[in-house]
Write a protein that binds this ligand. Structure first.
Ligand SMILES: C[S@@+](CC[C@H](N)C(=O)[O-])C[C@H]1O[C@@H](n2cnc3c(N)ncnc32)[C@H](O)[C@@H]1O
Length: 457
């Protein structure tokens, strides 16, 4: 989930990159785009019937194509010239579009993006013979929404500093000067951060910078292998000037040591799970999972609450619970929640968040590796699960064998969602409700949620 949208897999074994990628290939001529692939590229066929995947081409458009990579069964290319444009084509909102490794769909009007995401979910389910019921679309701002980002930092052999996102399919960073999908408070930091990096003694020590915008505070977290005391003083000065919370994650390996570098070590960013509900204020610390889009997350949490139909003391299991995004709201509505999460630090945060929200008596938080199902799922009235992109095959297998009457599945990867829903349906569940959450506008990435009910035997 940390990435911006779903990246295409590279298949080096069979592909052949053309020597001059920008060169015009007359043999392709013009093609008409038939549809959008799931990753947002236009799909067409050339005169020999070979499939073309074409960046930034829209259905119905007639375009001249430059092929840049050939494979056995398909070619990849980009648009050289648009001969007939789609009515839904719009001017991309960012100068870096198509190059920075982030957005894929800025050239398509937002309504078309959202329709495409519904279609992607429909097609993934159809591959498993499952029909998508009438599906809701959870939407908020199309720009300026992203409240967390990771900026890579590299120093080139020419000593130039690169700060930005990783270029698609490569190990190089694209220098970003702007990123209009970022929360404006984060975008405003890009130039000052770059200026600061230029002044550091040893900028090579900075691996990446994480930015998090809570409803209240903005925090930056530096990831470094070793400390550079003189540079840390510069960062501290920067944090004071910009009114930021500042953390350092230092050391090699999976478990770097975290420390706060500012003079407010007890203050962390918070967000509201539901708009205007200050009682359910959720704290996040460096490295915690945070849904990327505040506005869509409000709708996501509200939708989960609506479908959950909580009654007093209803037993609910929340799997992959993070720091309590769903657990807290469900508990506040009267549910008795058992929340499972794999990272001990986040389990502790969930407990603290439950305490602050006054619902700790209604939430039991357990640290568990959910590679397989925890015991007792069948005793709940509802299981909510929100796994990472790999999905939750083992858990869905267990639910299919003996799960509760209702399962509410939130997913950031439609392919694994469809696979897991198929398991549940094979085990006697029926897909009754669905929604696509446009968590990442301008990218092809989609979040979705579905509700399944067990059919009476
Ligand atoms: C997509 S996030 C959802 C978090 C939360 N539901 C939310 O809305 O903020 C997935 C969560 O699953 C946790 N996770 C990933 N793999 C896990 C595993 N094998 N066992 C337990 N938790 C895991 C991650 O730490 C993360 O908090």
């Amino acid at each position: 989930m940390a990435m911006l949208g779903q990246r295409r897999q590279q298949r080096p074994a069979t592909r052949k990159r053309l020597e001059s990628p920008g060169a015009k290939r007359d043999d392709e001529g013009s093609v008409v785009i038939e549809r959008l692939a799931h990753d947002g590229r236009g799909v067409a066929h050339n005169l020999e019937g070979k499939i073309l995947f074409i960046e930034q081409a829209l259905p119905g458009e007639e375009v001249e194509v430059a092929v840049h990579t050939q494979h056995g069964r398909y070619d990849e290319g980009h648009v050289r010239r648009i001969l007939k444009a789609s009515d839904e084509r719009v001017t991309p909102g960012c100068a870096h579009f198509g190059r920075c490794g982030g957005c894929d769909l800025q050239h398509l009007a937002i309504e078309g993006q959202r329709r495409h995401k519904q279609q992607v979910l429909r097609e993934h389910l159809a591959r498993h013979d499952i029909t998508l019921p009438d599906s809701l679309s959870l939407e908020a701002e199309a720009w300026g929404y992203r409240r967390r980002a990771r900026l890579g930092v590299r120093v080139g052999s020419d000593d130039r500093i690169h700060m930005g996102y990783r270029i698609r399919g490569q190990d190089r960073l694209f220098n970003i000067e702007q990123c209009p999908i970022l929360d404006p408070r984060l975008e405003a930091l890009l130039q000052p951060l770059r200026a600061l990096l230029e002044t550091l003694e040893v900028p090579r020590r900075v691996g990446h910078i994480e930015l998090v915008a809570g409803d209240d505070h903005v925090m930056i977290t530096l990831r470094q292998l070793r400390r550079v005391p003189g540079d840390l003083a510069r960062w501290q000065q920067f944090a004071r000037e910009q009114d930021l919370l500042l953390s350092l994650l230092c050391g090699e390996g999976e478990k770097p040591v975290a420390e706060r570098l500012d003079d407010k070590p007890d203050i962390w960013p918070h967000y509201r799970a539901l708009p205007g509900d200050d009682a359910l204020s959720i704290q996040v610390q460096s490295g915690d999972f945070l849904q990327a889009n505040a506005g869509v997350n409000h709708q996501l949490v509200a939708q989960v609450l609506d479908w959950a139909e909580v009654h007093q003391d209803m037993p609910v299991v929340d799997l992959f619970a993070g720091v309590g995004n769903f657990s807290l709201t469900l508990a506040a509505a009267g549910a008795q929640v058992i929340a499972y999460e794999g990272r001990e630090s986040m389990v502790q945060r969930l407990r603290d968040n439950a305490e602050s929200a006054g619902v700790s008596a209604r939430i039991e938080a357990r640290c568990t590796d959910l590679a397989s199902a925890p015991p007792g799922l069948e005793t709940a009235s509802l299981v909510v699960l929100d796994p990472p992109r790999a999905g939750a095959q083992g858990i869905c297998q267990a639910l299919a064998e003996s799960g509760p009457s209702r399962v509410l599945y939130v997913s950031c990867e439609p392919a694994t969602l469809a696979r897991d829903v198929h398991l549940l349906v094979s085990g006697g569940y029926r897909l009754v409700r669905a929604a696509v959450a446009d968590m990442f506008p301008q990218t092809a990435h989609l979040e979705s949620l579905v509700l399944l009910e067990r059919q009476p035997k």
